[in-house]
Design a protein around this ligand. Structure first.
Ligand code: GTP
Ligand code: SPV
Ligand code: MN
Length: 606
């Protein structure tokens, strides 16, 4: 389709302006067809960026290797450019929107020379449903076009819903690497240097401007930029929730169904939990979503969640047939791999795939790599944040209601992170406000999902939304509190804190995790009905010692340790929150949270 054929005058004008500014060689409006997808792969193959995988092993799959400066989200270059700095709050990078647009306009000028500008109309959520939001991404990356085909719903059908004057979120994206006449990428992943990357959000005008990165959440603008940062602002204004949460469906041996959502920071286990295969006999888990949940109240007063995405952009390392068989099945065909290693017979390999490297590999740098198991310091063959993008419908465990525009009624919220000490395996909040308190204090060891934060150290990541909240986090806490105050609490999800990542003194995980997490889910399921062995403690309601059956390899004393309420550890935790965490929010910190902090401290001291 040509730009002149666009029926939406606002969209047409915006596209023409972008074209004039960025000077692409050609402009194309994406139709979302398989032929278009295939063409994007072909174009990148010809530019030396894509490697087609062995069709006998991985039909319809391709591998990309990105630039070392472009392997993850860049949090230091991610901006919330609200009119007032206070609206971005203490946890976001803020720049005056006019100043930022000026800077970026100069970067955008002529930035698409020698490239095609793709106009990608996409829907987050089922096309045409009440809850869906439409975005249009302008991008000069065919990798982005193909990835958006998988991760969202792209094409002419979206333009039909948009009509002549519908609302859309304009999303500008350029890799920031114009080509000289006759020049090709020639195997070099195009992007701008780290100090020239910008991932910018203008919450008041609902706009996204991204420049300089072609990777993941920096470039696939429907995901973190629209479905979380912009959507969180819409949700605040309209009384709903846009959260960094998986959604799963769980059925007990009696055939009763519940839906559970969970927020864990990046690379802390959402995809794995969403696709879990229970080790507990008779239980079944199915997947609704693995990263983002949009939740609105139904007429019955319950909170209903949809997954706005259409695919999984999942962490490859650690994914294997034992840890996540459903993911392994989902990524056997029609999958885009980025920064994993390539085997000699053109299959993929990564650390934790479940078997040794089958011979010589090409690592994520494009260099020959031979596994040396005696060398603990050998750099990995696959980047720690290497990922797959696969259509959600390919997941064998996908729930039949995953695209139901009504959404699914949520019974429980989980919060958690990677905490080697102190935080027990599971802990139920006493009530909504105590649960909001728990969400506000989530801490986790930093992972490789962001390029510019030091991995390994524990940082507070409230509600797993630290990098994704599009407004002042203090106001976000208030929004959660208001949800509780303005609804019947008995119908709201029960709130739990979980931690699969406790380590012993030797540094090994105590809890086996993955499928064994079903034991914890079963306890949570029962708690939602007021059942399950439980006891009140200073920090919340925890399982009685025998309420969760021990998996193989977990001794009685291990179990005791991970369920124990570590009074001294918690006192240190509370002191840290009081001194280092809560003061950041100044007078935006809701007093209700301080009341909870005082109360838990009092309970710990009594
Ligand atoms: P994002 O896509 O970045 O938001 O990550 P995510 O929250 O979906 O994390 P994911 O499920 O991809 O897991 C990330 C890493 O954590 C992988 O290497 C997993 O193998 C590991 N992991 C997931 N669940 C568990 C668990 O229960 N126990 C342990 N020890 N590791 C886990
Ligand atoms: C995350 O970092 O939480 C992700 C990957 O899910 S990205 O889409 O790159 O944000
Ligand atoms: Mn995520």
């Amino acid at each position: 389709m040509k730009v002149s054929e666009l029926k939406h005058s606002g969209l047409k004008k915006w596209v023409e302006e972008a074209q004039a500014l960025m000077s692409p060689e050609a402009v194309e409006v994406c139709d979302g067809s398989q032929a278009e997808y295939d063409r994007m792969i072909l174009i990148t193959k010809e530019a030396g960026l894509a490697t087609e995988l062995n069709p006998a092993k991985k039909p319809g799959c391709v591998l990309y290797r990105s630039d070392p400066s472009d392997v993850a989200r860049v949090e230091a270059s991610t901006y919330i450019a609200s009119k007032s700095k206070d609206d971005a709050g203490p946890t976001n990078n803020w720049v005056d929107p006019a100043a930022l647009k000026k800077t970026m306009t100069e970067l955008y000028r002529g930035c698409m020379k020698g490239r095609t500008m793709y106009v990608i109309p996409y829907s987050m959520g089922p096309v045409g449903s009440d809850i869906a939001k439409i975005g249009v991404e302008i991008s000069d990356s065919p990798y982005v076009v193909a990835s958006m085909h998988i991760m969202s719903r792209v094409g002419t059908k979206v333009l039909d819903v948009l009509g002549t004057d519908g609302f859309f979120v304009p999303c500008l994206h350029s890799v920031g690497k114009p080509l000289a006449p006759g020049e090709s990428d020639n195997g070099q992943w195009p992007c701008a240097p780290l100090d020239k990357k910008y991932i910018s959000h203008f919450p008041e005008t609902r706009e996204i401007w991204s420049y300089g990165s072609g990777y993941g959440g920096n470039a696939l603008l429907g995901k973190k930029c629209l479905a979380l940062r912009i959507a969180s602002v819409l949700a605040r204004d309209e009384g709903w929730l846009a959260e960094h949460m998986l959604i799963l469906k769980i059925t007990n041996p009696e055939g009763e169904v519940k839906y559970i959502s969970g927020a864990f920071p990046s690379a802390c286990g959402k995809t794995n939990l969403a696709m879990l295969i229970p080790t507990l006999p008779g239980w079944k888990v199915e997947t609704v979503g693995d990263d983002i949940a949009w939740m609105k109240f139904g007429a019955d007063g319950r909170l209903y969640a949809i997954n706005p995405e259409a695919g999984f952009f999942g962490v490859a390392p650690g994914t294997n047939n034992e840890s996540n068989r459903n993911a392994m099945e989902s990524i056997k065909k029609n999958t885009i791999y980025t920064n994993v290693a390539l085997t000699e017979d053109k299959d993929v390999w990564w650390e934790g795939i479940g078997y040794d490297a089958p011979g010589k590999l090409i690592d994520w740098h494009g260099k020959e790599w031979i596994q040396d198991k005696n060398n603990k310091n050998q750099p990995p063959a696959a980047h720690p944040n290497s990922r797959f993008a696969a259509p959600a419908r390919q997941c064998p465990a996908i729930a039949k209601e995953w695209e139901d525009p009504k959404g699914v009624p949520i019974s429980a919220f989980l919060f958690g992170g990677r905490r080697p000490k102190t935080i027990p395996l599971v802990n139920q909040a006493k009530n909504w406000i105590h649960g909001v308190f728990m969400g506000s204090i989530v801490g986790s060891e930093v992972t490789a999902a962001a390029l510019d934060v030091k991995a390994g150290v524990i940082r507070r990541d409230p509600f797993a939304m630290l990098p994704f909240c599009g407004y002042n986090m203090g106001d976000y806490f208030k929004h959660w509190i208001k949800i509780g105050q303005s609804h019947d609490e008995s119908k709201l999800p029960k709130i739990f804190f979980v931690n699969w990542f406790r380590k012993n003194d030797g540094g090994k995980f105590i809890w086996p995790g993955y499928g064994e997490n079903s034991r914890v889910l079963a306890w949570i399921f029962d708690r939602c009905d007021g059942k399950g062995g439980a006891m009140e403690t200073a920090i919340g309601t925890v399982p009685t010692p025998d309420a969760i059956a021990r998996p193989n390899g977990v001794s009685e004393s291990d179990m005791k340790e991970i369920l124990n309420v570590d009074i001294e550890g918690w006192k240190a935790e509370i002191a840290d929150i009081r001194k280092n965490h809560y003061p950041k929010f100044g007078d935006k910190l809701p007093k209700e949270l301080l009341v909870e902090l005082d109360a838990i401290e009092k309970r710990l001291n009594s």
